[in-house]
Design a protein around this ligand. Structure first.
Ligand code: MN
Length: 468
């Protein structure tokens, strides 16, 4: 049974918010998806008869767990284990698939006929922000995936900004040879694949979708594109095929991003020329609203949390890391680590590990102990307030490379490669004294209100907790 978007939506049951009112996807979907607390499906789209649009599939741990087939409290550990032990999953080329039910070639391949929304006020236009972007290394034949932003510039033309370094390296190889680079956008996959598409670490000999197949425990079915030399997931709702002509640059942006701002990356950018659209007959448009507190942050932060979990666990040979959390409300720039430090300096080294990883996002790293709930910001601020001595426990590191969309630091170069920002990073060690300082650590044992463990009070305590 091949995993796909529509089966995932069906399995959500009443968890899925179904909107039957007629909605203009271009001008109204952005606000609705942004406000939706859980998965949403727009059933009637003005100007796009027969189409549906969905979003907000993996915003919180509960739905991430559903996408990955695990429990909410073990998303990070389980994903980390599967990503690095089951890799790579199998893939096979099949001759046909659901994404080929409708084939639109030449002038019929008109992307303006897809219900692609304007995400935010002030955006340069309609943006495809949900396409799993597929390229191939012309030397090794290994594909790469990432999710990028692409501006609809006409029926068969998009402009795009690409921070994804592996895809970019592929495009540059074609450009150096003066050749158009084949590229495809696969829209509407099972969200487990969408999460893995955002993995940024090294993968040699396999791509992110095959990594996803390993994580999800299935064999990925791929079909060949109609007009370019590339393979795409057979179960996709929609596939846009095309080429990136070498050396062509045109203005792109502004585009409201996951940071809550629309500035930071606009400028000359490559273009994508559409050669074909293939899709399911009753295709569902998977949107990823790119504003704050949407799917946009967890789609990137979940593989980042899992990668960091593994990376940090290896510091000093073995470090007891319990969980890693990058809340959607910190725009991926702050990372919470729950750990038990054994030795002096261990928490600091873990924090430095957070700040120097395959990912450029982490700017602020905060470590707390196992008795602090990292999913409750009040708990984290309690730990910072009571366990932190700022003259010893805060490290500010100057002159680091930071995320291209972090406009708090200056853009030092808008080169061919990417926006280059250089700024500070900060490590905050809010852990207790380490295990080997037993006596000092004990002083930080949290007090419990009298009666907290009294069996006779448990029902009443639960009732009070539920009333908060
Ligand atoms: Mn990659």
């Amino acid at each position: 049974m091949a995993l796909n978007l529509r089966d995932f939506l069906a399995a959500l049951g009443d968890d899925l918010i179904r909107v039957d009112d007629e909605i203009d996807p271009i001008t109204q979907a952005g606000a609705l998806c942004s406000a939706s607390p859980r998965p949403i499906l727009l059933n009637r789209l003005t100007g796009f008869p027969g189409w549906k649009l969905c979003d907000i599939l993996v915003k919180d741990r509960k739905r991430q767990a559903k996408a990955l087939g695990t429990a909410p409290q073990s998303v990070v550990r389980e994903l980390s284990d599967r990503m690095f032990t089951r890799v790579p999953g199998g893939s096979k080329i099949v001759s046909d698939g659901p994404c080929k039910e409708v084939k639109l070639l030449g002038a019929d391949a008109d992307i303006t006929k897809l219900p692609i929304p304007i995400h935010s006020e002030g955006d340069a236009g309609r943006y495809l922000g949900s396409g799993v972007t597929i390229t191939k290394d012309p030397d090794t034949g290994v594909r790469n995936e990432a999710i990028i932003r692409a501006l609809v510039r006409g029926p068969r033309k998009m402009g795009f900004w690409m921070a994804a370094r592996h895809n970019w390296a592929h495009l540059m190889k074609y450009q150096e040879r003066g050749l158009p680079a084949p590229m495809a956008f696969a829209i509407g996959l099972h969200p487990g694949y969408e999460i893995l598409a955002n993995f940024s670490g090294r993968h040699e000999g396999y791509d992110e979708l095959e990594m996803g197949a390993g994580v999800l425990g299935e064999t990925l079915e791929l079909v060949k594109c109609e007009t370019i030399d590339l393979e795409v997931p057979a179960q996709a709702e929609i596939v846009i095929e095309g080429v990136v002509p070498p050396g062509v640059r045109e203005p792109e942006g502004p585009f409201g991003e996951f940071t809550g701002y629309s500035k930071g990356a606009e400028g000359p950018a490559p273009v994508f020329e559409v050669t074909a659209i293939t899709r399911r007959r009753d295709a569902i448009y998977r949107h990823m609203q790119a504003t704050v507190f949407t799917d946009h942050q967890p789609l990137v932060s979940v593989p980042m949390e899992a990668s960091l979990y593994r990376r940090l666990s290896e510091i000093h040979g073995r470090t007891e890391i319990h969980d890693v959390y990058i809340p959607p409300w910190v725009t991926m720039f702050t990372v919470f680590v729950q750990m038990t430090p054994r030795w002096d300096g261990q928490a600091r080294d873990v924090l430095l590990g957070v700040l120097s990883s395959p990912y450029l996002h982490p700017k602020i790293a905060i470590a707390v102990d196992e008795d602090v709930n990292i999913y409750d910001p009040r708990e984290v601020f309690w730990a910072i307030s009571t366990r932190l001595n700022p003259e010893h426990d805060v490290i500010v590191i100057p002159h680091e490379r930071i995320h291209p969309l972090d406009i708090s630091a200056p853009n030092v170069d808008r080169s061919e490669v990417t926006v280059m920002r250089v700024g500070g990073k900060m490590a905050i060690d809010a852990t207790k004294p380490p295990l080997w300082r037993k006596k000092e650590r004990e002083e930080f044992t949290r007090i419990k209100p009298k009666g907290a463990d009294d069996p006779a009070l448990q029902a009443l305590l639960a009732r009070l907790a539920s009333m908060g």
